[in-house]
Design a protein around this ligand. Structure first.
Ligand code: AP5
Length: 223
């Protein structure tokens, strides 16, 4: 199963991707999580990308593509993947399609999670993240049982440094300019499915399974 989750910051890509990856037995590949890990470890890549991430700008395509290429060559990605936050520009999408085609492969589907921008600002300002297990919380809609601590492992929850209103607005602008054109790109390739994601997480998940289970069955010959 080779799947891309597309959508603006805060649309719920990370919230849905883990469950999909488990259901279809493929890795969840989040370029945002990979970059944050490089940042935390202080790798050369982490140092190069810090200013882009802190300001809500996209990391340059060549750095993204190199990192993704390395990730896709690992054994666990042979049966497919759920990509979350990649591709994000037309050059990334075109390069990704060429890379898959060169291995005789193609995407099975691209899901666009649609949410009005005003709702996204509220979601992201109040998001908190567990630095250890990646669990996601929302201070009002999905609060942790004990304030500030992860339900699963007790870690102190983080407020991402790009989850402040001014930077969120910048990320939404960047999405509109650089990522939204991918909707037409994947529509033309007849790969795109739209899901209204301004609804409860469970309803969205049910719709995703309904759309994606048949694709998973059809992908059987190449998985
Ligand atoms: P990245 O980490 O990918 O951030 P993003 O795309 O901006 O997406 P988010 O993680 O903010 O949102 P999400 O859609 O995953 O929502 P979530 O499920 O967390 O990228 C960060 C940065 O890395 C970029 O700005 C860029 O610099 C760089 N980067 C990454 N990939 C790149 C690439 N390919 N090219 C170039 N640069 C790249 O949910 C958000 C909140 O909403 C949570 O609190 C959650 O609990 C809540 N929520 C989720 N679903 C619902 C729902 N249905 N109802 C109510 N609340 C909900």
């Amino acid at each position: 199963m080779r799947l891309v989750l597309l959508g603006p910051p805060g649309a719920g890509k990370g919230t849905q991707a883990g469950g999909l990856a488990r259901r279809y037995e493929v890795p969840h590949i989040s370029t945002g999580d990979m970059f944050r890990e490089h940042g935390q470890l202080g790798t050369p890549l982490g140092l190069k990308i810090a200013r882009f991430m802190q300001s809500g700008q996209l990391v340059p395509d060549d750095l993204v593509l190199e990192m993704v290429e390395e990730r896709l060559t690992r054994e666990d990605a042979r049966r497919g993947f759920v990509c979350d936050g990649f591709p994000r520009t037309l050059p990334q999408a075109e390069s990704f399609a060429r890379r898959l085609a060169s291995h005789g492969l193609a995407l099975d589907g691209v899901v666009l999670l649609e949410v009005p921008f005003q709702a996204l600002i509220r979601r992201l300002c109040l998001r908190r993240v567990c630095p250890r297990c990646g669990a996601l919380y929302h201070l009002e809609d999905r609060p942790p049982r004990q304030a500030g601590l992860c339900d699963a492992d007790g870690s102190v929850l983080l407020h991402r440094e790009d989850d402040h209103e001014e930077i969120i607005r910048e990320r939404l602008e960047v999405y509109q300019q650089q990522t939204a054109p991918l909707v037409a790109f994947y529509e033309k390739a007849t790969l795109l499915f739209r899901v209204d994601s301004a609804r409860p997480v469970e309803n969205i998940r049910a719709d995703l399974y309904e759309i994606l289970d048949p694709l998973y069955e059809r992908s059987g010959d190449t998985r």
